[in-house]
Design a protein around this ligand. Structure first.
Ligand code: ZN
Length: 74
């Protein structure tokens, strides 16, 4: 039965339907202020590729277990 935890979500990677195991938190410093955090869901296979895509664009990125939130990404 469902408990109090957050339900899972599908991976944010295009075409992927796997359940997310991780959350990728990021921010575009050119358009987002420091306290703005965008979050993508990521499965085991896409955690690294999603984070690498963001980091290659110079976006601050923080990866956590799915369901965790972060106040900001430095
Ligand atoms: Zn995936």
């Amino acid at each position: 039965m469902l408990g109090g935890g957050q339900a899972t979500a599908p991976c944010s990677s295009a075409g992927c339907t796997a359940d997310a195991a991780h959350a990728v938190h990021w921010r575009n410093p050119r358009i987002h202020s420091a306290d703005r955090v965008k979050t993508w869901a990521a499965c085991e296979a896409h955690r690294d590729t999603l984070a690498a895509w963001l980091e290659s664009r110079g976006f601050p990125t923080v990866v956590t277990p799915f369901g965790e939130t972060v106040e900001r990404v430095a």
